[in-house]
Write a protein that binds this ligand. Sequence first.
Ligand SMILES: Nc1ncnc2c1ncn2[C@@H]1O[C@H](COP(=O)(O)OP(=O)(O)O)[C@@H](O)[C@H]1O
Ligand SMILES: [Mg+2]
Length: 417
Amino acid sequence: MKVLVIGSGGREHALCWKIAESIRVSKVFCAPGNGGTQEVAENININPHEIDKLLDFALKESIDLTVVGPEAPLVDGIVDKFNEKGLRIFGVNEKTAKLEGSKIYAKEFMEKYEIPTAKYRRYTNIDKAIKGLDEFDYPLVIKADGLCLGKGVIICNTKEEGVNTLKSMMEDKIFGTAGEAVIIEEFLEGVEASLICLVSQGKLIPMESAQDYKKIFDNDQGPNTGGVGCFSSSNLFDKELERKIQKEILSKIETGFEYEYLDYSGVLFIGLMLTKDMPKVLEFNVRFGDPETEVLIPRLENNIVDILQKTLDGNLREEDLVWTDKKCVTVVATSEGYPGKYEKGKEITGLKDLDEDILLFHNGTKIKDGKVYTNGGRVISVTALGDTLEEARNKIYKNIDKIYFDGMYYRRDIAKI
Ligand SMILES: Nc1ncnc2c1ncn2[C@@H]1O[C@H](COP(=O)(O)OP(=O)(O)O)[C@@H](O)[C@H]1O
Ligand SMILES: [Mg+2]
């Protein structure tokens, strides 16, 4: 069969790599892909938002299965369009993608089905929103309703910051229409964790746990990023917490899907805050995480194409997922300046000098005339399996300095627990 993966990050490289391993797959395409996907798939020069072009390509090439990486095409209804043409595609439909595409919709869903979450108010009028600040203690959290590439959430410590944030979102429209409606919510104290589930026609099947690192500098200092390191499994989850999450969160989400007629097949990524009294939901994403995918895929022992197909057919069961007991760690090398401004086009050397058991997933690279160049803020995820987290992390840190590009930076404390 022929498979098309949409996206261009480390998540998509990991997916392409695992899909290409399947004996049932004769050809993998990646649109648009990166320097890494090029080694296991054929890159196609179409961007994820060009849904009509992707559709034409899938029809012309008789693609048997399309797998969507990023959220934007899901929110724009790519799944509905492919389904209308009878094409099989892994991802959620437009209606369901609102759980990520609108934070207000997600909060209303949580409220209606009594899923524990932070107290909140929603606003579309700036004067009312400014008055609304007085209903919360500081710090408080302001969130733009729509998709903002992970930049639409601001934690405010004072009223002045609150007012300025509301003005920049609602008056100056720094996020365009995504910030025309906002949420003000209570700040939750606790440890953050995420739970990625496959959703097989409404039934949630949790994958193994993973824990990512959002801050750019060691000891969680500096600004937030898309994620610069990750490991699996996480030691935050124990039987008691899993039981609570199942009862208070997962089963209520399943009820919500049913009552809202959300025909859900794909991925649900649940962002959690483990507060003192109970786990609370911070947000929903409707796709695989990046860098979580880079540490989950190497631990999955199944044929991934079977798993994706079963998920779509509505008959995936928890026992179907087989995970190695080994731990997996990834450290993301980034461009100087990321998550702020950075330059692209630096030559990357040393990639061939790494030990054989290092897995490399490219996040933002490009190959030209046989040479690899940086092409993003997150550049390459250096990944390893090990019997313990320590073994896996030692392998990575023993190898990562063999890689070089001008301005290369990475955290030195990933999976150091
Ligand atoms: N209510 C909250 N209390 C404390 N921190 C929060 C809260 N909501 C969000 N955050 C922090 O902001 C980050 C981004 O928020 P999130 O809702 O995940 O939006 P997005 O990923 O779309 O930017 C979270 O990972 C968390 O660190
Ligand atoms: Mg988030």
